[in-house]
Design a protein around this ligand. Structure first.
Ligand code: DCP
Ligand code: MG
Length: 586
């Protein structure tokens, strides 16, 4: 059995990115695209430099015209120069925008992959504690926010930064004192920006968290829409949703409020007025001429770009970082599962031993207590007990869906934690209590654990599972696509598909959880035959309430409130165990 052919969580390679802080993590993604960054910076710098050419050249033109004998012939070359620089500027601007967009899209795709791989690699402990809707919000919207952080966010931040720098570079050309206004503006701008971003951070975090919360509620009520409708609870659900939606709205309003308080516009007004006054003062002293005053004023007007973009471009960056923190938090959350790639990988014989195990769910009380038993290879074990007794929990310890709290589960004499996880799981097949079918074709669903299976293999597995007949009744037979969550199939049909799945993977240990509870007796007979065939030659666990299936088990475990109340064969137990015989009297 090849382990490498199965695309299971634990065989997927993890990309190595720095995951110590959100900024470093994003940075470690960005630095994989150095040439794009170079393109953005060159484009942004060139764009600003050529934009500064306009007021400078216009000032020159004024001076030429204000001569006692104006020389009109200089106007045409100046006009052509202005035109030419602006064409080149357009190209550079395109480069900057294109680069930023490319970077944003690439990062979005990369981070989405990274997150998906990580999510698949996480343990059930993680998944049972993490709401699906919240994960979905992070995997879609938050990842999207990182894209937007680069374009338009960083694109405009970098672009406007050079617009801030140009007046500082060009002003001394006319008079060194003219540096005062753009330099003071820059200092005030960054100081107020730092405060603004500080205020904004908790608000951005709240916006993203409120959104995730709304999403997880939405996905839950859609998931459970049948229950909601069945209990006529639509109104209550809507009310609950409105509360969540309000929280999102309030968070956005607070954000808008904070944005509105950002004083960049005030600074800009002061800079323009102060700078012009200063220049006119120098003009009166004879230190500047008219053309220079005009050019300087034009340069100061370049500050409007950083002013106008500042509020929302930095908000976008702030939102992007908030999202990055949320994604990173998910990536870094402990998986609680050691995949043990260096562990034991041999072919399984199917001998099982539970040695004094205790088990509790991560946030719950003790579910299984002091359980010990042994199973020889090829034997069939029936697990019986009332609902909530811990039957499902018990078998979940075998394939390490969860790990024991204390004690040991041994397969072939080796602790399951010592096994290579991929090897362990690929040799154990579990048919869950709630059978999950993907919205793919029946054929794909059957071959889920063995993607390369041929049509013949799929069909013979379906036949062995007594599923072939009903599949044939569908118009497209094996190519029928199953509706969302398998709603187009009945309980019994799903169980037989799940059995077919198990046949295909040909496991050494097979676990059937409540596999025939919802079935009429004719179908039960079919399934009974399928299970008998499936159990042949492998160690099998059956969790069921049906006497017909329990009877021929080699070992019967009677669970009661997480403890073994009795164990043995049917005949033994009928004589010795009250707990056992009581189950059949219910
Ligand atoms: N439990 C829990 N967290 C989970 C699953 C179960 O806290 N993720 C609790 C609920 C029960 C106990 O564990 O009190 C045992 O649950 P099982 O699912 O193991 O019970 P059974 O499979 O025996 O019950 P059923 O026959 O209803 O399937
Ligand atoms: Mg159960």
């Amino acid at each position: 059995m090849s382990l490498l052919t199965s695309p299971a969580e634990f065989t997927i390679k993890r990309p190595a990115f720095v995951r110590t802080s959100a900024i470093r993590w994003v940075f470690s993604h960005v630095t994989r695209h150095n040439w794009i960054i170079l393109m953005v910076f060159l484009g942004a710098f060139g764009n600003a430099a050529l934009a500064a050419m306009v007021p400078v050249l216009v000032g020159d033109a004024f001076n030429a015209m204000l001569q006692p004998l104006p020389d009109v012939s200089v106007l045409l070359p100046l006009a052509l120069l202005i035109g030419g620089t602006q064409v080149v500027r357009g190209v550079l601007q395109l480069g900057r925008n294109f680069g930023a967009e490319l970077l944003g899209q690439r990062l979005e795709a990369e981070i989405r992959d990274e997150l998906y791989i990580s999510l698949l690699g996480k343990s059930m402990t993680f998944h049972s504690l993490q709401p699906v809707g919240d994960t979905m919000a992070r995997a879609t919207n938050d990842v999207r926010e990182i894209n937007l952080m680069f374009n338009p966010g960083m694109n405009l931040v970098i672009g406007s930064f050079f617009f801030l720098v140009m007046p500082i570079l060009a002003a001394p050309r006319y008079h060194p004192a003219l540096l005062i206004t753009p330099v003071l503006f820059a200092i005030a701008y960054f100081a107020s920006l730092a405060r603004y971003l500080q205020n904004l951070q908790p608000i951005s975090d709240e916006v993203r968290a409120a959104f995730g919360n709304m999403n997880s509620h939405l996905s839950e009520s859609l998931d459970g829409v049948e229950t909601v409708k069945g209990a006529a609870q639509e109104n209550a659900e809507v009310e609950r949703f409105v509360v969540n939606a309000k929280r999102v709205r309030d968070a956005f309003i607070t954000q808008g409020d904070t944005e509105a308080r950002f004083i960049a516009f005030l600074l800009y007004g002061i800079a323009i007025a102060g700078g012009l006054t200063h220049a006119l003062f120098l003009f009166r002293e004879g230190l500047l001429n008219t053309g220079q005053v005009i050019a300087y004023f034009g340069l100061l007007r370049m500050l409007d770009f950083p002013t106008f973009t500042s509020t929302w471009a930095y908000t976008q960056v702030s939102m992007g970082l908030a999202s990055a923190r949320r994604i990173l938090e998910l990536l870094n959350r402990k998986t609680d599962l050691d995949q043990n790639t260096a562990g034991h990988t041999g072919e399984m014989k199917g001998e099982i031993e539970f040695k004094n195990i205790n088990f509790a769910y991560p946030d719950g009380s003790v579910v299984l207590e002091n359980i010990s038993f042994k199973v020889k290879p090829g034997q069939t074990v029936a697990v019986v007990g009332q609902t909530g007794a811990g039957k499902t929990s018990l078998v979940r310890l075998l394939n390490r869906t969860y790990d024991v709290t204390s004690g040991q589960v041994l397969v072939d004499g080796i602790d399951v934690r010592e096994w290579n996880l991929a090897s362990l799981r690929s040799q154990i097949s579990m048919i869950e209590q709630d059978i999950f079918l993907f919205s793919r074709s029946i054929s794909d669903n059957l071959a889920f654990g063995k993607p390369g299976a041929t049509q013949d293999e799929v069909e013979s597995a379906a036949k062995a599972a007594q599923a072939h007949e009903f599949i044939e009744t569908f118009e497209k037979s094996y190519q029928t696509v199953i509706g969302e969550r398998g709603v187009t199939l009945s309980g019994g049909q799903r169980q037989r598909l799940a059995l077919g799945r198990a046949f295909l993977t040909d496991p050494h240990i097979l676990i059937l959880d409540d596999s025939t509870s919802a079935i009429d007796s004719a179908t039960e007979d079919l399934i009974q035959r399928a299970i008998s065939a499936a159990a042949k030659g492998r160690t099998t666990f059956i969790i069921t309430h049906r006497l017909s299936q329990i009877r021929w088990a080699d070992l019967i475990l009677v669970l009661r409130k997480g403890r073994i109340a009795a164990m043995g064969t049917h005949d033994e137990l009928m004589q010795t165990s009250d707990a056992y015989s009581r189950i059949f009297q219910e």
